[in-house]
Ligand binder design. Structure first.
Ligand code: UT7
Length: 412
């Protein structure tokens, strides 16, 4: 007899009969979730360190020595456009029709809109009319949390064909006049197709976690309902960013997660063929890889060309590793990541036999008519208005007292 809440009649549940039937042919086989397609969409406009030093008190020497970054991309299109191109390329690579997709997972913390969700925007553009569509936001780890979600649904039998996207459009809400953050981030996107497989390949295991006690170290003020209808303009943004604390937590979190997933899966460091890590800082990657007992020549690096693209970082690095022939058939991949929240994870993946695309598509972004620096100057001009509207109020020390809900959030 199960008790319900007030006003609800209790119901008698018959004891479950023991299942006597044998599972249908093949059902006893473990279903795995394998990556069968991959594609990226990088916006063409390149913002160099020299470009940044035209309006910021910074220089190439500081940025390269402290972060490893030399350039990053700035998008001229909404994130959903990048996501659609990357997903279409991944589908062509897998030889899969969009109509055969059961699920679209959109991993990002920079959604074009809050409502409706972004995955639905990709669904309609792809013509993936049978696909469920969901967004995952765990900041920089969103792609990998999305991969876990899709793989779990495949393993449960709920879906068979999924596309998982990691996309980020950070440039519109960046604090371009704050050198502590402006030099670190870039826009970009990549996607993978995940399919049910009977082979012992695909996602072998993962460690997911979160250092929520330090969640205040990375916050973008001005995005979200906390700021709605309080005299602040929603979308006027300011960043809280405690770089040194995030750095320490990232080294610890990615290192611990990598060790834990290897332990769980019975894998030794020497079994790993390639590390495809989140790329927030070259020094973080070097520390994590050293802690994991792996050499740097087993690491796929993109940080110098793209900076930190948050959720897009790991999938773009994975796609480029495949394009450069660094993923051999049957390779074992380790993918540790870290982001706002502070979320952390590490995934182990066994690659299948195929490391080349089955097909291609000519889908592309519309041409970009401006330089990256011009795009950034446009955003700075818009943000200058934002600073007048909400900037002072957003960063005021008394803000927490003024805004009840924000007070709770700020000190959580
Ligand atoms: O994906 C999300 C996760 N994000 C991260 O993991 C980022 C983690 N943090 C970091 O990568 C590093 O902490 C940063 C790259 C953000 C900063 O590097 P740092 O070695 O921790 O530098 P710092 O913050 O200790 O600053 C050292 C100096 C300061 O000057 P003073 O006070 O020593 O005179 C800064 O004002 O460097 C100055 N500085 C800069 N100088 C030139 C900070 N940013 C810049 C800049 N250009 N862009």
């Amino acid at each position: 007899r199960a008790a319900c809440g007030a006003g609800c009649n209790s119901v008698t549940i018959a004891p479950r009969r023991r299942q006597k039937r044998l599972p249908p042919e093949g059902r006893h086989t473990m279903i795995n979730a394998a990556i069968t397609g991959w594609g990226k969409c990088m916006p063409p406009a390149v913002l160099s360190n020299a470009d940044l030093s035209t309006f910021l008190d910074t220089d190439d020497e500081w940025i390269v020595s402290r972060t490893g970054m030399r350039e990053r991309r700035v998008s001229h299109v909404p994130a959903i456009e990048m996501a659609t191109v990357a997903a279409a390329r991944a589908l062509a690579c897998a030889g899969l029709d969009a109509a055969d997709l059961d699920l679209i997972v959109y991993g990002s913390c920079s959604n074009d809109e809050q409502v409706p969700n972004s995955a639905s925007g990709v669904q309609v553009r792809l013509g993936a009319r049978h696909a469920a569509a969901m967004d995952v936001n765990t900041a920089c780890t969103s792609f990998l949390y999305g991969l876990s979600s899709a793989a779990a649904m495949i393993k449960s039998g709920a879906v068979r064909n999924a596309v998982v996207i990691g996309v980020e459009l950070i440039s519109p809400y960046m604090d371009w006049d704050n050198r502590g953050v402006a030099v670190l981030f870039g826009d970009g996107c990549a996607a993978v197709v995940l399919q049910a497989s009977d082979e012992p390949i695909g996602l072998l295991g993962e460690k997911l976690g979160c250092y929520a006690d330090a969640r205040q170290t990375l916050r973008v003020r001005g995005m979200g309902c906390t700021y709605a209808n309080r005299g602040l303009t929603l979308g006027d943004t300011q960043w809280d960013f405690d770089g040194q604390e995030i750095f320490k937590r990232a080294v610890h979190g990615m290192g611990e997660a990598a060790a834990e997933v290897m332990r769980k899966c019975g894998v030794a460091p020497e079994d790993i063929d390639l590390v495809v890590p989140h790329q927030a800082n070259l020094r973080i990657i070097e520390s994590v890889v050293k802690r994991a007992g792996l050499p740097m020549n087993k690491v796929m690096l993109t940080v110098q060309r793209y900076g930190n693209m948050s959720a897009a970082t790991v999938p773009v690095a994975l796609v480029e590793a495949l394009e450069e022939g660094r993923v051999a058939p049957g390779a074992l991949l380790l993918m540790p990541a870290f982001g706002a929240g502070l979320t952390l994870c590490a995934h182990l993946l066994r690659w299948g036999d195929r490391v080349t695309p089955l097909g291609t598509t000519d889908i592309d972004l519309p041409p970009c008519t401006k330089s990256a620096l011009e795009l950034v100057q446009d955003i700075r001009a818009i943000k200058a208005g934002a600073a007048q509207r909400s900037g002072g109020a957003l960063m005021a020390p008394k803000l927490a007292e003024t805004l009840g809900t924000l007070a709770a959030v700020s000190h959580a």
